[in-house]
Every structure is written in structure tokens, then in C-alpha cells.
Design a protein around this ligand. Sequence first.
Ligand code: NG1
Ligand code: ZN
Length: 545
Amino acid sequence: MAQFEEVSVNSKLHPKPEGLIMQYGTAGFRSNAKHLDHIMFRMGLLATLRSKKTKFTIGVMVTASHNPEEDNGVKLIDPMGEMVAVEWEIYATQLANAEQDSLLHELKSIIEAEGIDLTEPAYVFVGRDTRPSSASLSQAVVDGVCSLGGKILDYGLVTTPQLHYMVCCCNTKSCYGSATLEGYYQKLSQAFLQLTHNVPNRTDDQKRLVVDGANGIGALKMKELEPFIRSELQVLLSNDGSQGKLNHLCGADYVKVQQKAPQGVTLVEGERCCSFDGDADRIVYYYTDSKGSFHLLDGDKIATLISTFLKELLTQAELNLQIAVVQTAYANGSSTRYLEDIMKVVVCCTKTGVKHLHHAAQKYDIGVYFEANGHGTVLFSKAAHKQILELVKDPNINDERKHAAKLLENTVNLINQTVGDAISDMMLIEAVLAIRGMSVQDWDSIYTDLPNRQLKVTVSDRRVIDTTDAERRAVTPGGLQDAIDALVKKYKSARAFVRPSGTEDVVRVYAEADSQESADCLAHEVSLAVHHLAGGVGEKPKPLH
Ligand code: NG1
Ligand code: ZN
């Protein structure tokens, strides 16, 4: 067939370095940008097949999120804006690793296994972040799509969640919104303004927010959004990409892991600040208190704020909908305890990676999911959304119920339900704080985080670590879990676990305990156990103090 001929010719322009093996991981493919050209071309091919198979538009986002600027990556977006189905992750890996002369064979075997009719049309949306390598890599995706006769809409520079949003809008025939940047800003900002504009007594201080754009795409998009929301929120943008390097000493990952303010942000006592990551699908908040201590409000605090707000609204609206919070093993123990014991909310724990949280959240009327690192959103089931809309229109209910229903309706419109979205989450958090008249300190004091520490250990093959129980226990290598259990016993209120990263070639170690010193010691001791029992490479991990 002519199409295969074209694939064959064009793939030679995007050759695979022989022997290079890559895995479609927690967030697609990620590595140094110089290894990715062939991967991009092939993901263009795969997205085209996925579109032909599903008869929907598929998205391809070129980004490496919070990784260093030199890296890049790619992930596929399924029709409703969710991460691509797991079975197709396997095809992605097969296609990516096929040597040049077996690419067509691999492609044909996917077509056959899925019974794909190549005469079906295919539509692919492409987007990219601000990395220097992203423009040429996204062109490689375009080449792949065109080689199989697919049609492209290239959105150019967009945040990851914006591209997810576009895909969902397109495939719902604009029911979710219009598939343009203007449409995205209009929908979200209107919901935000409706939530906030009637809130009494908001001072200028309360309307001000410092935003660290990580020198990335989020900063560009905040500039575009700003005129829409100016009347209710004054955004002070730093790390806007005009000088600094992407994610370098700034951004949500830096702030969360280092537990300190990013470069370029001078903390003023009590002033609310937030940081986006490199593709603006994560957000964390922070402030400094009168003693100059740094306070981080991460994904767990965000989930708590939002779920508490929603639960109150459901009570006021007299709506009987089940709300649940989905977390991962990285959720701070204090947050889980607060949600379960005080808020009486259902909490469930899944494996790391947004797709796991997203799927778990879909099981509830309202599923609030956040990773501790600040990636998250809220999902409303179709039935829940319908009940909210019916209540808003019901002429026979009192003002309090109507008001609560209206707030719920605007919350549904404000949140990007396709995936975690720093811009959308930021506006929802700002709206909730305004409506509830809370300062950032009030929010922070809902519960106190247990001190914690995250470390990385390099091992020769991180796949030797296999886990169970939502990654909270290591099954292999033998003896590792027993060693961790023995170490945890030495400390008060302690917990620790290890898992292989899906985005970096390291093993991650997490520990929490009743003091920072204990958390640090425990994390270090667990790192030593990993180094010793799981094939550590190089020097033994050094103590933190
Ligand atoms: P890995 O590298 O698998 O730990 C990291 C984050 C995930 C997720 C992905 C994708 C932590 C501990 N892990 O995954 O939560 O966000 O990146 O970006 O933050
Ligand atoms: Zn990201």
C-alpha cells in the first residue's frame, strides 16, 4: 500500500539509533531530547492508528514536564482527554523499540491485532511546551501523522492540560467547550468571575497572588489568561521565561522536593505564592510566616481544601452525592487521617501516575484526586452533573440551596476535568479561599503535615524492585521490605516506602516521621538498605545532616 511506502521512506528521515530501548512510562516517553526524534515520528504513526481505531481525535503532547530543559518527552491523549489506554502504551513501547528494518512489520502487527481499517480518516491534535527541542520534535510527530494520511491540527505552544481540554472539546462536539484557546480562557474565566465577583469585603491583598511560571509554558499562558480575570485576581508573575532556564531552581517540583521558595520569588510574610511545573499540569502553594518559616501547601492540602468546600456545598444544596478523595502513597499521613477521621470522606490510595488516580476517581459521584506533588483535578460523574444542573433550574427550592447549587455548577465549569491543570486549579483554589474568607494561613492550619523526606537512589536496574499494596510494600528484592519495616519501627509516627520511578532511572525513597530529623534519618537509612539490597551504583548514600 502507498501509505506503507510513505512510512518506510519518511521513517528513514527519523532513524532510530540502533539498540536504543525505551519504555512508555508513568508519563509517556522521557529522556534527553537528542534521543527522541524517531520516537516522535513513531508516536505520530501510533496516534494516527489510535484515531482510525477509535474514530475520534487523538492528542500528542511534546513535553518533559518538570524534567530539565535538555530533556523532552511525549504522551498520547485519548478521546475524552484522558491518558491513552494501557494496552496502547504497550504498542507504543513496541513501536518505539522496533529497529529500522522491522518498523513496518511492527506497525502491521498492531493494525492486525486491533483490526484497524486504514481507509478510516484520522485526526490528531499536537501541542508542545517551550523547550528549545520541542518545535522540531513536534514536527517529527506531524511527519508521522502525515505519513499515514492523518490530518493534523497543530496548537503550537500550549500547556499539557490545554491540549487535553482541546481533545475532549473536539470529541464531545463542543459539549465540553470550544476547542480553542479563546474558548478555554472564556469558559474558565467566566466560571471564576461568577464564583468570586459577589464575594463581599475582599481586600486588594486577598486578590493578589504571586505565580512562579517555572520559566515555561505556564508563564506564557498566564499572560494570556490575565486580562480575562484581572478584575478579581492580580497576578504577579515571576520566572516568566524571559531570562531564566526552564525548571531550573524554580517550578512546582523544585519547591515541593526542596521545600523552599523558587529563585526569583521574594517571600513577603503571609503573601500567597504558587508554582507551576514545566507543562503547567501541577501546582503547589506556599508562604512564609512571621518567623520566616517556609510553609508548603501541596496536592494533599489542595485536595483537602477542595473536598471540604464541595462537601459543605453538597450539604447546603441537600444533594446526596458521594464524594471521595484519591491519593497515592506519597500523600502525607496527616492529610489521610484528617480526611478520614474528621471530614469523614472516603479516601482511596492508588499507584503513582495520574491515570491510576483518574480511573479510581471515576468510580464516585465526585472524585477529587491529587498527587502530593500538586497534580490533580475533580471529576463529576454525568449523573452528579445532571443533578446539579437540575437543582440550579428548580424553581421550588430556597435561596440557600439555589446558591449552593450555583456554586457547584460554576465549580464544575471551572475545573478542567480531563487532567490536572495548574491554571484551572489555581483559579478554583483562589475562588474557594475567597468564598470561605480564608487566608493562606487558615488553609494551612486545617491540619499539620508530618515532616517528610524524598530521596533518590541509583541502582543498576531499578526493575529489581517490585511493589504491591499501591506501591506501599516492596515484594522484591528479598529482604528489602523486612529491612524497611525494622527501620520504620525505630521512629514515632513513621512510614516509609520505596518504588522504581517511572520517569527517571532511579529508585525513589519516601519517609515521614514525627520530626524532620527523624524523617531525614529514616529516609537515609532506607536509602542505604536500597543501595545494599537492590544493586546500588556508586557511592553509598550520605546522611543528610
Ligand atoms: P515517578 O518518576 O514515577 O515517581 C513522577 C511523579 C509522579 C507523576 C510523574 C509524571 C513523584 C514522587 N512522582 O513519577 O507523581 O507526576 O512523575 O509526571 O512526584
Ligand atoms: Zn507536568
